[in-house]
Design a protein around this ligand. Structure first.
Ligand code: AMP
Length: 406
């Protein structure tokens, strides 16, 4: 039940053919409702809404993003929630060098997001469609953009420059930006609280391991290095993305097979990673089960995943004066005790000591320490990007100040 002065915040995450949403109230922690519209622009477009433990699924009859948002606002109206919406928060993938923090959306901010389209040609246009549709559907309601890249804008030049001719950075913005920033920022703050670290004096590495995966070194609340680059392809092994590859290998493949640039794009983003190596699945759960049943390729794929992850965590630690903790999050990080155990087993040189019993008991949204008492600690913290977006939105739309004044 909402308190009478509570206001609602709608969080929107638009993909190329999907629209994920969650509705929060300023007086409670979890979402009032959440859901997903998918297959947008196709005949089988549909929307599902989860609220009060029940799921309602409706057909959207080929609707696009604007149609999905119209269906959502009708549904919110029918539930008596539409008029309470005081602000909308949007996940935006790429904010380039301009956006170092979340921003209240103005025509100038929209132009700034448009200027970043060349850096994220699949994601930013979808995010812009969501922003424009939400402005049209909820006129007069404050809208906020929360960028995946913003948290990493504190990286020093040494961490963000590629050793390419500098003109590509100057003229085209080719540098490392990093992603999953909203998740890393949320998890870092939660971990510092959970471990009782000093907010102004700590060094931690966060491994966000989902279908996409990246790890970040956080020094005193600021990102100082991360594994993803200009695009979300660099770094760790992911579900279908290769992560780091010798560019010479790609030149070699292109010369040997004649694959063109679009073909390489598909190869690296959709056919590689756990799927490419295992030739079975991009899903970590499936691979763990297959490896246990003796599937060698599944076991090898997971070994490459763990090797790369441990190597990057070790590398990231060199950006910190002291390593206080390694934090696991994301679908794999939150749920897979074997992956966490294997990764920490390779980090003994950093002084981390796994508590196997504690590790085995942490999955399904639980948080907790998985190392013995000594430091560096190892901790699992479930991520909550939507909540972080709602928090920023409440802040920038002035809702927190309004609530404090009441
Ligand atoms: P996300 O993108 O954060 O939703 O994470 C998706 C990934 O988490 C997929 O690879 C899932 O297989 C993985 N995942 C979820 N539950 C488990 C589990 N119990 N064990 C291993 N991987 C899991």
């Amino acid at each position: 039940m909402m308190a009478s002065h509570a206001q609602l915040i709608l969080v929107i995450n638009c993909g190329s053919s999907s629209l994920k949403f969650a509705l929060y109230s300023t007086d409670q922690r979890g979402p009032l409702l959440s859901g997903l519209a998918e297959c947008l622009g196709q005949a089988d477009a549909s929307m599902r809404i989860d609220a009060d433990g029940a799921r309602v699924k409706t057909s959207l009859d080929g609707a696009n993003h604007a149609g999905a948002l119209a269906a959502l606002t009708r549904e919110l109206d029918a539930r008596g929630l539409l008029k309470g919406i005081a602000a909308v928060g949007h996940r935006v993938v790429h904010g380039g060098e301009r956006f170092t923090a979340s921003a209240l959306i103005t025509p100038d901010v929209i132009a700034g997001i448009e200027a970043c389209v060349p850096l994220a040609p699949l994601h930013n246009p979808a995010n812009l469609i969501g922003i424009k549709a939400a402005i049209a559907a909820l006129p007069g309601v404050r809208q906020v953009a929360v960028f995946d890249t913003a948290f990493h804008q504190t990286m020093p030049k040494a961490a963000y420059l590629y050793a390419l001719p500098l003109a590509y950075y100057r003229d085209l913005g080719v540098r490392r930006y990093g992603f999953h920033g909203t998740s890393h920022r949320y998890v870092a703050a939660e971990a510092v609280r959970e471990l009782g670290l000093d907010p102004l004096d700590h060094g931690i590495v966060i491994a966000h391991l989902g279908n996409g995966a990246s790890a970040t070194a956080v020094l005193n609340g600021r990102s100082v290095d991360t594994t993803m680059g200009l695009t979300p392809l660099e770094g760790l092994v992911m579900g279908t993305r290769a992560g780091d590859v010798d560019f010479g290998a790609l030149l070699y493949i292109a010369r040997r097979t004649g694959v063109d640039l679009d073909g390489l794009d598909t190869l690296l983003n959709r056919k590689s990673g756990l799927l490419g190596l295992s030739e079975l699945s991009n899903d970590c759960r499936t691979l763990v089960a297959a490896a246990e049943e003796g599937n060698q390729q599944a076991a090898d794929a997971l070994d490459v995943f763990v090797h790369r992850l441990a190597r990057h965590i070790g590398g990231l630690a060199t950006s910190l004066p002291r390593l206080d903790a390694v934090i696991f999050t994301g679908g794999i990080g939150e749920n897979s005790a074997p992956i966490r155990a294997k990764t920490l087993g390779r980090l003994k040189s950093l002084g981390i000591e796994l508590d196997a019993d504690a590790n085995a008991g942490i999955f399904g949204g639980k948080r907790g320490l998985i190392s013995t008492g000594r430091t560096p600690a190892a901790l699992v913290v479930p991520t909550d990007e939507e909540w972080m977006i709602a928090e920023d939105t409440a802040d920038l739309a002035g809702l927190k100040a309004e609530m404090a004044a009441q």
